[in-house]
Design a protein around this ligand. Structure first.
Ligand SMILES: Cc1cc2nc3c(=O)[nH]c(=O)nc-3n(C[C@H](O)[C@H](O)[C@H](O)COP(=O)(O)OP(=O)(O)OC[C@H]3O[C@@H](n4cnc5c(N)ncnc54)[C@H](O)[C@@H]3O)c2cc1C
Length: 533
């Protein structure tokens, strides 16, 4: 089959909040391609429930939001980046409102209508603006409608980026990003996409773990591609786990909100015994990472597959009124929240580390940017504060936009690039190897590189992942590509980066907890974990 060579001014890989926000702004100045490896709206953004944080309340202040974010980040946030993001909160929210995002409003005592703000863990004020409990859906669909209608934006759905093409890779200098190899599912073929500049907006890597709140697209592709191309990757040991995801083979990514515990839901073992008080005097209301660690401890100690969450002591009417969508979803899987406990497990939720960027979203490679969850901007440090991530997507989309708009005239269009080499590949009759390796990675990452870590377990995981990487490498060179194989290679790369970063951090800090080093290192200033090839 003939290889197509596509040419755009800008290629954005990823169509979540970060990618689409950037596309809309750049399309006023340039021809933009937006790629998504699944349907356009399928990504973490669509599933975000809580909201977006910003200083909007008159009692709140920039200083307070900055301080809360720094506290959560446990010494590893970049203070200038935190301030930059927080200071751009209000205008970012206004931009979304102007696009048409319908955030929830309430009437005050005088009958004046204003936006309703939630208060979430770690925030000392009400500052989370939301669209009921489906904020991500409201943002993503609003952005989708705008990009679909824009004449300067060309959308490529079901197109997976495999690898970036840099001048170094094709033996030229100075080094810069020239495009990417893209597997177009409908053509079942790898094509070349050239662009004057390329943006990774591919989201996080929750799928590297057996249990995750993330949708299937979150396989860390952007992090793995940037790593292979020579970018630095930072702080990959900081994976945020959400304590309560519904445990059911088909409900693989359904979150049960912390609000249930806020309303008195108890965590129980299989025999009905409550256990949170043994771990923290705040019990079920302890911070997210403490609850997740306690659940993990009990599951490992007893060999249980899950624990249980019980709110059935509340009247049924209260439950259906306060948690209508969670109630409905649990019922679909055969669990009635009003009648008894539901099985839950903690789940990988957010990737704090990623491709290192500066305040304009620039990576180490000229012409290559990274924005959103794929990046490590310095905002989150060792732990992300709730609802800061969607804000980061919109703020960095805008700062990358400004940089690209100003520099595009100096970024020449690349010449024709070499086609993907398929001369040696044959069809594989061993698809089972791919799915087996997928399962194996996600299982050992969960068992050995999860919420509570030890050096011995990490070492064991490193040996495993290295063996798998050799096997995948051989498989990759010899057989025709599929989406699963592309993702498997990336998952293995990201798993290795997480394990190596975790081994390098000889302390417990933020989301990284090691039984061998249970305290934070107070003898040295806190340091990022930076991996370079
Ligand atoms: C259940 C859930 C609830 C959350 N709730 C909140 C919340 O309330 N507030 C908050 O601030 N944050 C929340 N988060 C986190 C937040 O949603 C994400 O951090 C944010 O949406 C990430 O946006 P993004 O644009 O970086 O990536 P995503 O929205 O994940 O989009 C990634 C895009 O990249 C594409 N892609 C990936 N790999 C490739 C490839 N190889 N080739 C082509 N395309 C590719 C995907 O198809 C997708 O279009 C939540 C996350 C989850 C999972």
């Amino acid at each position: 089959m003939m290889t197509h060579q596509y040419q755009h001014d800008v290629m954005i890989i990823g169509s979540g909040a970060s990618g689409l926000s950037l596309a809309l702004q750049l399309a006023e100045h340039a021809r933009v391609a937006v790629l998504s490896k699944s349907a356009l709206t399928e990504g973490a953004t669509f599933y975000a429930q809580g909201g977006v944080s910003a200083v909007l309340d008159t009692c709140d202040s920039i200083e307070s939001h900055v301080q809360d974010t720094l506290n959560a980040g446990a010494g590893l946030c970049k203070p200038d980046i935190v301030r930059f993001v927080v200071e751009h909160g209000r205008e970012s929210i206004q931009w979304l409102i102007d696009l048409g995002v319908a955030f929830t409003k309430v009437d005050d005592a005088q009958g004046n209508s204003d936006y309703h703000l939630h208060q979430e863990g770690g925030h000392s004020h009400r500052r989370v603006i939301h669209a009921a409990d489906s904020t991500g859906r409201a943002i993503e669909t609003t952005l989708e409608n705008k990009v679909r209608a824009h004449p300067n934006i060309e959308l490529f759905e079901h197109c997976a980026a495999i690898d970036l093409i840099t001048s170094r890779k094709i033996g030229q200098s100075p080094n810069r990003c020239l495009g990417a190899y893209i597997y177009q599912k409908q053509r079942d073929h790898v094509d070349v996409f050239r662009a004057r500049c390329v943006i990774l907006a591919t989201g996080g890597a929750g799928k590297v773990y057996l249990y995750t709140s993330n949708p299937d697209t979150c396989t860390g592709d952007g992090i793995a591609m940037a790593w292979r191309a020579g970018c630095r990757i930072a702080n990959m040991e900081f994976i945020q786990f959400h304590p309560t995801c519904l445990y059911h083979p088909r409900a693989k990514s359904f979150l049960i909100s912390e609000a249930l515990r806020g309303e008195g839901a108890r965590l129980l073992l299989a025999d009905g015994e409550p256990f949170m008080q043994r771990f923290d005097p705040r019990g079920e209301l302890a911070p997210r990472d403490i609850v997740a660690r306690a659940i993990d401890h009990e599951m490992k100690r007893r060999g249980d597959e899950c624990v249980y969450l019980d709110i059935s002591h509340k009247p049924a009417a209260f439950i259906t009124e306060h948690f209508p969508s969670i109630y409905k979803k649990c019922l679909e899987y055969g669990f009635d929240l009003a009648k008894g406990p539901v099985p839950v497990v903690p789940a990988a939720h957010y990737t704090c580390g990623g491709v290192m960027i500066d305040q304009r979203g620039r990576t180490d490679i000229p012409g290559l940017y990274a924005i959103g969850e794929v990046s490590c901007s310095g905002l989150h440090g060792a732990n992300r504060m709730a609802s800061n991530s969607l804000l980061e997507c919109v703020v960095f989309a805008h700062s990358a936009y400004q940089d690209i708009r100003d520099n595009l005239p100096h970024m020449p269009p690349p010449e024709l690039l070499p086609a993907w080499d398929e001369s040696r590949v044959t069809d594989s009759d061993e698809e089972v190897v791919v799915s087996h390796n997928w399962d194996e990675i996600r299982r050992f990452m969960w068992d050995y590189v999860g919420i509570v870590r030890t050096t011995k377990r990490l070492q064991r995981a490193l040996n495993r992942v290295q063996l798998l990487q050799n096997e995948i490498h051989e498989y990759y060179g010899n057989f025709r590509l599929t989406n699963d194989l592309i993702e498997l290679r990336n998952l293995a790369t990201v798993a290795a980066l997480i394990i190596q970063s975790a081994l390098m951090r000889k302390e417990s800090r933020g989301l990284h907890y090691s039984l061998d080093y249970p305290e934070a290192d107070t003898t040295h200033p806190p340091k990022d974990t930076i991996l370079c090839k």
